[in-house]
Design a binder for this molecule. Sequence first.
Ligand code: ADP
Length: 207
Amino acid sequence: MNLILIAPPAAGKGTQSEFICNHYNLNHLSTGDLLREVASKDDPKSLEIKELMNKGMLISDEIILDLIENKIKENEGFVFDGFPRTLNQAVSFDKLLEKLNKKIDKVIYLTVDKEVASQRIAGRYVCPSCGSVYNFKPDEEITPCKCGEALIKRKDDNVETFEKRYDVYMNETFPIIDFYREKGLISEVDSSKTPTEVFDDIKAVLD
Ligand code: ADP
């Protein structure tokens, strides 16, 4: 089974991808995670990627499609998290899947209000060592990770960058929902509930 998750920033794509992958035994392919790995190196190309990500802007379709093609040849059964993110990526992805004799079974569209997403961004912390993601309430104390490491904020998890990411989402990514709706692949799930409730709704769509 191959699934795509589409959602605005901080809607819970990463969290739900992990749940889905564990439950259905699929491979998690997050272009955000792949790019953060590239951005941690210090050659000119990686620094350019890092700068764009910190500003909340998109990385070129060419770079993204290369990353995807290499990864999907390695395995079977994926949850695509954060990809495709532009209409051009979606169209190119269709061609690539056809070439590799693969197909998308379902596209899950996680919906959440901008206000809720913005609050989640404010409370989101990550572990620089093991990559775990945590969400804290505004008055909650920021505790260390379960692995003992002190948590940090992602460089692009601040109010200004969130505004940019949200605009980019509305302009570039939102149109691909209609592209997949016309193919009869879209299922909408309300992502403003708790993570387990959202996952229950996703299972109801997939089972
Ligand atoms: P979120 O969806 O919460 O904004 P991601 O981890 O999915 O976070 O993405 C972080 C950043 O990585 C994006 O703001 C963008 O700069 C870059 N990125 C991720 N996926 C893509 C993609 N498919 N195409 C272009 N840029 C991407």
